[in-house]
Design a protein around this ligand. Sequence first.
Ligand SMILES: CC(C)(COP(=O)(O)OP(=O)(O)OC[C@H]1O[C@@H](n2cnc3c(N)ncnc32)[C@H](O)[C@@H]1OP(=O)(O)O)[C@@H](O)C(=O)NCCC(=O)NCCS
Length: 135
Amino acid sequence: MHFKTPPDDRHASITTVAMPRDTNALGDIFGGWLMSHADIAGAVLAYSRAGGRVVTAAVDGFVFIAPVYVGDLVSFYTDIARVGRTSIVVDVTLFAQSDWGAGEREHRVATASLTYVHVNHDHRPTPVPPRTGTG
Ligand SMILES: CC(C)(COP(=O)(O)OP(=O)(O)OC[C@H]1O[C@@H](n2cnc3c(N)ncnc32)[C@H](O)[C@@H]1OP(=O)(O)O)[C@@H](O)C(=O)NCCC(=O)NCCS
């Protein structure tokens, strides 16, 4: 699922600060920078679920809801939407906080769904193992 507000029961997969080098020609944060971090955030969860190497197969429905500015604290929350035979779909929700030193609330800035495929050392799809334990 995509979160409407930052979930209380988990940490963000990545939290980082948007820097001046990450801007587009308008001076706002470049969408590609957000996409790159969303891909990494999703891959962290997919790798952990698969128990090994994953590749990004598809990025679906990347929606930019609000601009991100230099100095914003940006958090990438992830959630597994679906596990197939070899694929894992991860929903990523991005939140930003401008005046984070003053405790301003995080607001949602983007959502996306990314499909990862578990691959073996020959880069061929290989089954995602059943989930073990509580994780
Ligand atoms: C992703 C990749 C391994 C799939 O290989 P493939 O031979 O097409 O694999 P298959 O047809 O057996 O499909 C494997 C799984 O991927 C899924 N898949 C393949 N293409 C997909 C797409 N475009 N969108 C969503 N899922 C896709 C299939 O549904 C299948 O899932 P399932 O096993 O859970 O049912 C291959 O296309 C690849 O290596 N792509 C490049 C990956 C890459 O370099 N990414 C960027 C850097 S990480």
